[in-house]
Design a protein around this ligand. Structure first.
Ligand code: MN
Length: 203
């Protein structure tokens, strides 16, 4: 049978030591090679399971499977975005051009956007994400607060930037101090990568 394409753990565009002290080598390595890799493996196992059931003509617990698939693939997708929108300090550029215009137009100022995004990140109950998306119906950026990897997500909205606020994202370096982690995040945003995503949508 033809080998089907599967999800893959993306390579990081920087080294495991390059985001310190925002993220230590240990924190980043564990997050990427253990946590993210686990979502990739679990998502692929679900695809294999469906393929096998189809080949065997077997039934599956579709409700449980769909829930699991949404969680695992959502986790893989958001982590992939997250790594892309991080950069070593001073290497991510500044918000400018269309991205800055859109943020200013919607939020009033870049500072106001950061304040709202930080509040959304800080307010996620338990495990979740703050995510900047773009709505093609209203032509504006929106902030989403995603619980786990998939709950509260709005289908079809294009993700520009994500911040992981699961404890596994920061606990080694920050313990319980999520606000300190969120504050440090702003020095490591790869604004050029975020702008590139927006430009690709608006083109
Ligand atoms: Mn994570």
């Amino acid at each position: 049978m033809e080998q089907k394409k599967r999800y893959e753990l993306p390579q990081l565009a920087y080294g495991y030591k390059d985001l310190a002290p925002f993220l230590s080598e240990e924190q980043l390595t564990v997050h990427h090679t253990k946590h993210h890799a686990a979502y990739v493996n679990a998502a692929n196992a679900l695809l294999d399971k469906m393929d096998k059931a189809r080949a065997d003509g077997a039934d599956l617990d579709w409700k449980a499977l769909m829930k699991d698939l949404s969680f695992q693939v959502g986790g893989h997708y958001l982590h992939s975005v997250f790594w892309e929108n991080l950069a070593p300090a001073g290497k991510g550029g500044e918000p400018k051009g269309r991205l800055l215009d859109e943020l200013n137009k919607e939020f009033g100022s870049l500072d106001r956007f950061k304040k709202e995004f930080s509040a959304v990140a800080g307010g996620a109950e338990g495990s979740g994400w703050a995510v900047l998306v773009y709505c093609l119906a209203t032509h504006k950026p929106l902030i989403m607060q995603v619980e786990k990897h998939n709950v509260n997500a709005i289908p079809g909205f294009r993700v520009l930037m994500a911040l992981d606020v699961w404890e596994h994202a920061y606990y080694i370096d920050y313990k319980n101090l999520r606000p300190k982690y969120v504050e440090a995040f702003w020095n490591h945003v790869n604004w050029d990568a975020v702008a590139k995503k927006l430009d690709a949508i608006l083109r």
